[in-house]
Design a protein around this ligand. Structure first.
Ligand SMILES: N[C@@H](CCC(=O)N[C@@H](CS)C(=O)NCC(=O)O)C(=O)O
Length: 196
């Protein structure tokens, strides 16, 4: 199996780390959906990362669908979560989506074309997700292979790097503690967020 995408994508990184943390064999091929659009389109015509290319040529996309497929194949055990775990994972994935939307709005669009009301809405949604996660993560059992712990730590690192200064770091000590624990593990360091 080949996983296509860049490790600065929280969606790509969550698949890579989820697979590696359960010893699922795969090869990571770092192709960008932006700078290598044409090359990426040879793998997946709709150019979405992550894309998982199976040995029979089937291409899977969407990080959750990829993990779900592997779970059904009994290669992974990601989704034995409590209702609280699913709630936290949902909030975490919305946070990831909002963070990526903010980056696209501010980095792909000229400043005079950006929509202030949309940016404000996206940041408000992100902040609300952070508040709900911070409140709920305090009582959540920490485990380095847990899908909530993996995804939340990855999304937080993405936010620190791409939304610097926009989400107050002091307000979320429990999230930061979890992120630091996870980022120090071997598998997180093997698939580290790329530093410029
Ligand atoms: N819900 C998707 C989101 C994936 C996503 O938006 N990936 C970005 C890279 S971070 C992408 O492919 N962007 C290019 C595009 O949307 O055209 C997932 O969980 O995989």
């Amino acid at each position: 199996m080949k996983l296509y995408g860049m490790l600065d994508s929280p969606f790509v990184r969550r698949v890579a780390i989820s697979l590696a943390s359960q010893q699922v064999d795969f090869e990571l091929i770092q192709l960008s959906v932006f700078s290598t659009f044409e090359q990426f389109s040879q793998i997946n015509p709709v150019v979405k990362a992550p894309t998982l290319l199976l040995d029979d040529g089937t291409y899977l996309m969407d990080s959750t669908l990829i993990l779900q497929y592997l779970e059904h194949q009994q290669k992974l055990n990601c989704f034995a979560l409590s209702a609280q775990g699913y709630q936290l994972l949902g909030l975490t994935l919305v946070l990831a989506e909002k963070a990526v939307q903010y980056v696209y709005e501010t980095q792909l669009r000229a400043e005079e074309l950006q929509n202030p009301a949309w940016k404000q809405r996206v940041l408000l949604q992100a902040e609300k997700a952070c508040q709900a996660i911070e409140q709920q993560i305090q009582g959540y059992p920490f485990h380095p292979a847990d899908q909530v712990c993996i995804s939340l730590a990855i999304v937080w690192t993405f936010i620190q790097n791409k939304l610097t200064g926009l989400i107050s770091q002091e307000s979320y000590p429990f999230i930061i503690k979890l992120q630091q624990q996870m980022e120090h593990t071997d598998v997180f360091q093997r698939y580290a967020y790329p530093q410029d």
